[in-house]
Structure formats: structure tokens, C-alpha cells
Design a protein around this ligand. Structure first.
Ligand code: PMP
Length: 399
């Protein structure tokens, strides 16, 4: 339901709330939390891949330091900022200073604070279509004018972006999920990364490179980040998909002035992040031998699950769906070629004990009615097979 009024009351909400809708995915997660429903809907890392034992050891160690239970510095626990600076430096291939990093409450908070730092109401923001709903929510709340640019198997169509720029659009920023896109699963190709950065320099806009999935590659690592090509890029990443979402540790890295402005707003948002979970994240992300073994395990398990899901879909639906190969991340995107409306299919599917997110949830307008995002990370291969059998039964029942 849109938040445009309090029925029967003269108390008003801000104009910012007008037209905002609750995320379809959030609503869906509530609906699909029933134990009999296999959910391919959420973007949940596999619980058994979360290193609970290692987190517990790090927590015990951290708690011996009284600073772990106190308020901390707003831009983050200094050793974690240093670890993140080293991590980002390895990825973008140039030196990153600690004061170019702000640790946030998940990378979602980085998105939200950046929208406040960078955007005035009515300014144009280019988003991918289909796009990450969490980003769409944030930019809508900032009262930005959202301009969709399509994606294909090589990520955002930067030639299409160039055409809109040439026709006069002057966006304040462009948001892209460059690696293993949510929801499309695709990777922005190396030439398009360079092209996007070139367009940012030429037309003068910020890029938010939103990259929580980059480490979850299956065969070969993703190309160097867009941030390697331009200093107009603010890179976001997170411990959620590699350690645990519950740590709520994410970060942004980029222009020092932007970091200072984010810090200022973060003071008002939450004073500081959790000192305890930041200390835990600093220990785990800083322990390179352990981390590389841990990431290898996640990559092996997730790639096996992706293969299982794609194989089961192929067996059950054949050419009634188009699906792209998956090279990493947590999601696969399918498109029904037989005209199936996936919002209608979802209702039938939930009735048969399986859930997914219909493509329309990620659309800016009325598009992607035949698309669907399926998360392969959360469930075992056996459960994924069962989920596809249920989905096929729901599809047959629709006739
Ligand atoms: N960006 C993208 C593209 C995501 O998919 C997510 C999580 N679903 C986030 C940001 C936010 O994740 P977190 O706040 O846990 O770091």
C-alpha cells in the first residue's frame, strides 16, 4: 500500500512518502516464511555457509577489549577501515587511504546515505531495468527522477545510456550492480566498464558501483571494477554475502569529500555502527588464509547449486523458458517464452509450496511480466530439484 495518507486523520506524513510502496520482496518474504514453502525468493546466503564458529571465536576475543562494547567512531572501527582499504586497493589496483572508506550498517545504509548526500529532489538518476529494488526504494525516497536503462547478457547497455546522454539527459548519478547482478545475474563486461567510466568523466555524473556479490565468482573472477577507470565512482561492498548479513557490516569507498559528507549524515542516522560486529568483521576479513579457503568453499557450493537449479529448470521447462548461464552470485533470471505472467504463476506456486520473485517486482514501469528471479544459494541441490518440480506443477495447473 502506498504511504500517502493516514486515513481518518489530519496528521500528515512528508511528501517524500507519497507514492512509496513497500518492497514486493519484503512482503513476499513474510508470506513465504511458512516452513512448507521452499523459498527461492529471498537473497539469503546459505545458513550453513555462514562461519558461525569462527564468528563466535572472534566475538569472544573482541569482548576482551572494552572498546567492543562501547560507542565507536562514526566512519567505522579504524582497523576495519584499514582492512577494507587494503581489500579495495587489491581490487581497483591503486592505493586507497583509510579516510576514503566509511563502514556502514550494511551496504544498504551506504546507498541510503549516499542518496541524501548526492541528490536533490527531482534530479535524474539512471538505474538498471530490471533493477535492485533496495536501490529503487532509496532513490524514490530521495524524490529522484528515475531513468531506466536496459540490461543484456553483458550488463547495463552503455550504448543506450550514451544515446540518452547525447539527447540531453544530465543525470546526477548512475547506479549499477556490476557483478552478478541482482536480479539479472549478469556481469558488466570489461569494455562496458571502461565505457561507463568514460561517460561519467565526459558528462559529469557520479557512479555508484554496488558490488556485494563480486567475490562469489565460479570460474574466473569478474573484470576489474568500474572504479579502476574513474575517480567519479563510489564503490559499495559488504560482508553480508561472504560472512553474515547479521553482522550488518558494509562499506563505501570513494571521494574523500563524499566520505566526509556521509560521515556527517551517519552521525545523525545512528551515531556509529556496532563496535562488536565491526571488530569481528575486521578479524575475519583480515585473516587472508582463512578467508580465501572460506570463499573457495562458498564458490564451490554455490556453483554446484546453480548447476542443479539450471539443470532442473531445463529438464522441467525446456524451451518454454529462456535462461542465461550463471557465472557467480546468488541469482538466476528466467524468462517464460510461452506468455506466462509470473505474478500469476507466483500465486499458484505458493499454493504448491514454492516461491520466487516475479520480474515485475524489479521493473520501473510495467515490464518484465514474464521474468522471474530465483535464488539458488539458500537451498541444497535436492531441495532445488523439489522446488522446480513444484514450480512445474504450478505452471501446468495454469494450463
Ligand atoms: N546491493 C545489492 C545489489 C544487494 O543485492 C543487497 C542485498 N540484497 C545490498 C546492496 C544490501 O546488502 P547489505 O546491506 O546486507 O550489505
Amino acid at each position: 500500500m502506498p504511504f500517502d495518507s493516514f486515513p481518518g486523520s489530519s496528521l500528515a506524513l512528508s511528501t517524500r512518502m507519497a507514492g512509496l510502496h513497500s518492497s514486493a520482496i519484503r512482503d513476499l518474504l513474510t508470506l513465504t516464511s511458512r516452513p512448507e514453502v521452499v523459498s527461492l525468493a529471498g537473497g539469503l546466503p546459505a545458513t550453513e555457509m555462514i562461519p558461525a564458529e569462527r564468528i563466535s571465536q572472534a566475538a569472544t576475543r573482541a569482548l576482551q577489549d572494552p572498546r567492543a562494547v562501547q560507542y565507536g567512531e562514526t566512519p567505522g572501527w579504524a582497523p576495519l577501515r584499514e582492512t577494507v582499504a587494503a581489500w579495495e586497493c587489491e581490487r581497483i589496483g591503486r592505493r586507497v587511504e583509510t579516510d576514503e572508506v566509511v563502514v556502514t550498517h550494511g551496504s544498504q545504509q551506504a546507498l541510503s546515505l549516499l542518496a541524501q548526500v548526492l541528490l536533490d529532489p527531482g534530479e535524474a538518476v539512471v538505474v538498471e531495468d530490471p533493477g535492485y529494488t533496495g536501490a529503487l526504494q532509496v532513490f524514490r525516497a530521495a524524490q529522484a527522477q528515475l531513468v531506466p536503462v536496459a540490461l543484456d547478457e553483458n550488463g547495463m547497455d552503455t550504448a543506450a545510456l550514451e544515446r540518452v546522454l547525447a539527447s540531453g539527459l544530465r543525470p546526477k548519478l548512475v547506479h549499477t550492480v556490476s557483478n552478478f547482478h541482482n536480479p539479472r545475474g549478469v556481469v558488466l563486461s570489461a569494455p562496458r566498464r571502461a565505457h561507463l567510466a568514460h561517460l561519467a568523466d565526459r558528462y559529469g555524473f557520479w557512479i555508484i558501483e554496488d558490488d556485494p556479490y563480486g567475490e562469489l565468482w565460479f570460474g574466473t573472477p569478474a573484470p576489474v571494477p568500474v572504479a579502476a577507470h574513474s575517480d567519479r565512482v563510489i564503490r559499495l561492498s559488504s560482508a553480508s554475502k561472504v560472512l553474515a548479513p547479521a553482522l550488518r557490516v558494509g562499506w563505501l569507498h570513494g571521494d574523500r569529500r563524499v566520505c566526509e559528507a556521509v560521515e556527517l549524515l551517519k552521525q545523525g542516522a545512528d551515531l556509529c555502527g556496532s563496535s562488536l560486529t565491526q571488530q569481528i568483521a575486521a578479524e575475519l576479513l583480515g585473516d587472508r588464509p582463512w578467508l580465501s579457503g572460506h570463499l573457495d568453499t562458498i564458490r564451490t557450493v554455490y556453483s554446484g547449486r546453480a548447476r542443479a537449479l539450471l539443470g532442473a529448470l531445463e529438464g522441467a521447462f525446456g524451451d518454454r523458458i529462456a535462461q542465461a548461464s550463471v557465472h557467480g552470485g546468488m541469482f538466476c533470471w528466467i524468462e517464460f517464452t510461452d506468455g506466462t505472467d509470473t505474478a500469476v504463476l507466483l500465486e499458484a506456486a505458493v499454493g504448491r509450496g514454492v516461491a520466487f520473485v516475479p520480474g515485475s517486482a524489479f521493473a520501473l514501469g510495467s515490464g518484465h511480466a514474464h521474468g522471474a528471479r530465483l535464488c539458488f544459494a539458500t537451498n541444497s541441490a535436492q531441495t532445488l530439484n523439489e522446488a522446480v518440480a513444484r514450480l512445474a506443477a504450478a505452471h501446468r495447473a495454469l494450463g
